[in-house]
Design a protein around this ligand. Structure first.
Ligand code: SAM
Length: 456
């Protein structure tokens, strides 16, 4: 590559002028962007250029020359390097400001709505140890069964015992499970050969119930002496009510396989959210930050402005949590979701909470919505909470045809949210307000809930 202002392995001093949406510091050398981990706007750093591409490059800090006022002391480089907590070098106040700005930027640049009302982000009182779920890879490191996190952009395991953003009881449980399995000679997965056995340990812990589920993801169904292992795990971790083996034989990055076998207790845990009880099984999506999930749902329900005569659709409903939280305020709730396990949880959750005005259906949102429209389902409020890629255009088209008075859009990706809001805006909906919520402190991710109102 010719005519680039920097070369690989060159050392230079740069000013950090911005933060990328992934939380990397950005410097410009003659207009050429360099992305640098663990740097903040306003800082000056001596950096070593690691990678040079046509349009941008990457560098790492050799010496920090000047420090930002937004930097915290005691930065744990491992948490940044593994991507567990890429923003933990920033004060929480600065993290919140950064995320709020991300949401403002996308509404300005992508949705082309510079005037839209964006409320100050809702952060956490204690933004650490908030995750109710952990999934950690297992590999053999220096002869030992080891748990930790992959170094960013690699599958090299960095052994770790304190994950900083996970419920501390979950961190403890990972160590107990790892050590019991090591004692019984369970072999770690060898990715390069798709050999060995134990690939991941997943732990979920109910925020209110404190019930714990352990999932052992293995390559093969064989797990010798599992009866003894699960008894020992339960002895050391009395909160465990469920131990499930998930078998994933494929050479893939996807963590879970299709087959589950319950090794101990039941195949789910229960927990509470906004005063209702939920059953959560191994393969079902459940918000990982219970405290902020309640904040988010409260906002979504407030924005919906529900009346007792309303019919509500909860699209991408998971185990039914949003729809069931509001079901006693409305006439009927329809929920749809692609994952059959989540829908079977949702149906049980409705019964458990004594709610009979709900209907759940399995399938892709973009296929189910047109069938409901055809059957004459008429939603007053449509709630959507899609995965990062956002809504399919065909889904938006059907939603517009159904003509709900309001659309409440819950999103974990501001870019797809802004894109979809623009499509709704082109079809007669107006964005009334946007509420960013910090569901993932110490990381660059930001959640938002939007109220869209039909105006034409
Ligand atoms: C962000 S989660 C939200 C779940 C739920 N609303 C909650 O708060 O727990 C997105 C959900 O969409 C589901 N999903 C993904 N693609 C889908 C599709 N095309 N149609 C329907 N559901 C889908 C996932 O299985 C997941 O449960």
């Amino acid at each position: 590559m010719t005519n680039l202002p920097v070369t690989k392995n060159e050392t230079l001093t740069v000013d950090i002028i911005d933060l990328s949406h992934e939380g990397l510091g950005v410097a410009k050398v003659d207009g050429y962007p360099l992305f640098i981990e663990n740097t903040l706007p306003g800082e000056q750093a001596e950096v070593l250029v690691l990678k040079v591409g046509k349009k941008f490059g990457f560098a790492k800090v050799v010496t920090l020359v000047t420090e930002s006022k937004d930097r915290v002391s005691d930065v744990n480089e491992t948490l940044i390097r593994t991507g567990i907590a890429p923003l933990h070098h920033m004060t929480y106040e600065a993290q919140l400001a950064f995320k709020e700005q991300q949401v403002k930027n996308v509404f300005q640049r992508i949705a082309k709505m510079p005037e839209v009302k964006i409320h100050p982000i809702l952060g956490m009182e204690n933004p650490l140890a908030y995750r109710n779920k952990a999934q950690v890879p297992v590999r053999k490191v220096e002869g030992q069964l080891s748990t930790g996190f992959f170094r960013k952009n690699s599958h090299d395991l960095v052994p770790l015992e304190n994950y900083y953003i996970q419920d501390e009881k979950i961190d403890e449980a990972i160590i107990v499970v790892r050590d019991v399995l090591e004692k019984y000679g369970v072999k770690a997965y060898i990715e390069a050969e798709n050999n060995g056995n134990l690939r991941h340990i997943i732990v979920r812990r109910g925020h209110y119930s404190k019930q714990m589920m352990i999932v052992l993801v293995t390559r093969t169904p064989k797990l010798f002496n599992y009866e003894k292992m699960v008894q020992e795990i339960h002895q050391q971790l009395p909160e465990v009510v469920s131990i499930v083996q998930n078998i994933n034989p494929d050479a893939t990055n996807v963590i879970l396989g299709k087959t589950n076998k319950t090794l101990f207790g039941q195949n789910y845990i229960t927990d509470e959210l906004l005063g209702k009880e939920y059953r959560i099984s191994a393969q079902s999506f459940y918000q990982v930050n219970s405290v902020q999930a309640e904040t988010l749902y409260r906002k979504a329900i407030e924005f919906a402005g529900l009346r007792s005569s309303d019919t509500v659709i909860d699209a991408y409903c998971g185990i039914g949590t949003i729809g069931l939280s509001l079901a006693d305020k409305v006439k009927h709730v329809y929920g749809l979701e692609i994952n059959p396990d989540a829908i079977s949880d949702a149906k049980i959750n409705a019964k458990m909470n004594g709610l009979s005005n709900v209907t759940f259906e399995i399938g892709k949102a973009e296929y189910i919505m047109p069938t409901w429209l055809e059957k004459g389902v008429q939603a007053d409020v449509l709630i959507v909470d899609p995965p990062r890629k956002g809504l399919a255009e065909s889904f938006i088209k059907t939603a517009v045809e159904m003509a709900p008075k309001k659309v409440i859009y819950v999103s974990c990706n501001p870019a797809s949210l802004a894109r979809d809001c623009q499509l709704f805006a082109e079809s007669g909906y107006e964005v009334r307000q946007v509420q960013p919520v910090d569901m993932f402190p110490q990381t660059p991710h930001v959640e938002a809930v939007v109220e869209l109102v039909k105006v034409k």
